[in-house]
Design a protein around this ligand. Structure first.
Ligand code: HGY
Ligand code: MN
Ligand code: MN
Length: 422
């Protein structure tokens, strides 16, 4: 029989306290239908961060922020000089988001650390809870900017000129954000300024139907499929809808339709493993009686196999260009995350902790992307999934039961205690 690591700390995890914190966070940016709209680097984001910091300070944790705004809550180890075990997720949400995507992983990390401290469980290594900046990429594309910069995957100024719907740049909004949080001690940026973590564990809702459908309590995540994002901009000529002959038009909407039709053919997959989404379309001038002269649309393309991700993804631009009949097109890649596989250390620790606690677990990949994928080159990395109702996410009806989330946090607590004493 596998022994539970740090049983007193696992027992000290409070389902009620965790749920209460989640519901307090859900009120910051609440939207109808029990959803949340809390974009990164907004006043709402800062309000949620201040609430988290107040809880962390109440526990005596050290608080710091880095040049990308990643926020760290530190539980000191008995050997403070050792690389820490890192856990956490993101606090920003989709515009039509739910109450659990991202934020649960941050609250679970705080709950696990609080349980360890209340149970008096010392850890050799420090444990740090992180809230990554802009995982969703909803306000500023792409996602995972904070973790990509932390991991040295992209230079920290890569996205300075990216703009949101209001024309505000990420660089300017980040600068303003850091000034508003200038009372928080500053730390160096990830591996550019310090040692890599000893390990990284991220707790997250599954955002898919498998755990619920198969009656499982815990997902032992073994990897994350690859994701590529593109922006397609089509330029034509605006005209009067009533007078301009079709033969003379440069109609950006019509060429967009041809491009998306051709992309659908490129992305055909009878096995239904490939994911291809056009989720956002902007039309200019966007009136019923003017021909569109400009269109922008997004592409979110994902696949678990690197070869497919590269082969089909590299054909997107040529497919769009070949579909143009009268307009010109520009295709820009904005996110390029290859499939990530977790080496066995953390998945094995997660599976052992679940088993020791009598929880049913399933080894599985992640269809959603996560900050964890950028930690893979730095240290042993893994994720803990819990079921979410109907697999729904990125929607106000996203939901996980308090007991399901508490089970995930108990596994996280044991895994953190295990890794932080290695
Ligand atoms: O889009 C994703 O996969 C993540 O939920 N942001
Ligand atoms: Mn997420
Ligand atoms: Mn998400």
């Amino acid at each position: 029989m596998l022994k539970t690591v740090a049983p007193n700390a696992v027992a000290a995890v409070s389902e009620a306290r965790q749920w209460d914190r989640l519901m307090q966070m859900a009120r910051i940016g609440a939207i109808p239908g029990e959803g949340v709209n809390r974009a990164c680097l907004t006043d709402l984001d800062r309000q949620a961060r201040r609430l988290l910091i107040s809880w962390a300070k109440g526990l005596g944790l050290g608080v710091s922020v880095d040049a990308l705004g990643n926020l760290f809550l530190r539980h000191e180890g008995t050997e403070p000089g050792l690389p820490p075990v890192l856990t956490g997720s993101h606090m920003d949400t989709q515009p039509n988001g739910g109450r659990f995507d991202g934020i649960w992983g941050v609250i679970a990390g705080l709950e696990a650390v609080q349980a360890l401290r209340e149970a008096g469980v010392a850890t050799k290594r420090p444990i740090e809870v992180v809230a990554w900046t802009n995982e969703e990429g909803g306000r500023f594309a792409p996602g995972c900017m904070g973790s990509m910069a932390y991991a040295g995957f992209r230079p920290p100024n890569t996205w300075d000129s990216v703009t949101d719907n209001d024309g505000l740049t990420f660089g300017e909004e980040l600068r303003k954000h850091l000034v508003l949080e200038s009372d928080i001690p500053r730390r160096g940026l990830g591996v550019l300024d310090g040692p890599a973590p000893f390990a990284y564990v991220e707790a997250h809702i599954e955002q898919g139907p498998r755990l619920e459908a198969e009656g499982m309590d815990i997902g032992v995540v073994e990897g994350i499929q690859g994701s590529r994002w593109f922006l397609v901009e089509i330029a034509g000529k605006t005209d009067h809808a009533g007078t301009a002959p079709l033969s003379l038009r440069k109609d950006a909407v019509q060429d967009m339709v041809r491009a998306i039709t051709a992309l659908n053919r490129l992305m055909e997959d009878p096995t239904d493993v490939l994911r291809f989404t056009v989720g956002r379309i902007e039309v200019n001038p966007n009136t019923s009686n003017s021909v569109a002269d400009r269109v922008r649309f997004t592409i979110d393309f994902r696949h678990p196999e690197k070869f497919v991700l590269l082969q089909r993804g590299d054909a997107i631009a040529a497919t769009v260009q070949a579909a143009m009949t009268s307009c010109t097109a520009t295709v820009t890649e904005r996110f390029h995350a290859l499939p990530a596989r977790f080496e066995s250390t953390v998945p094995d620790a997660v599976e052992a902790a679940a088993k020791a606690q009598g929880l049913k677990s399933l080894r599985m990949p992640s269809g959603a992307f996560h900050d964890a994928q950028f930690l893979v080159p730095l240290c042993p990395t893994g994720m803990i999934f819990v079921p979410c109702r109907g697999g729904v996410s990125h929607h106000p009806s996203e939901y996980s039961e308090p007991h399901q989330l508490a089970a995930g946090t108990r596994v996280l607590t044991a895994v953190l205690a295990d890794l932080a004493n290695r």
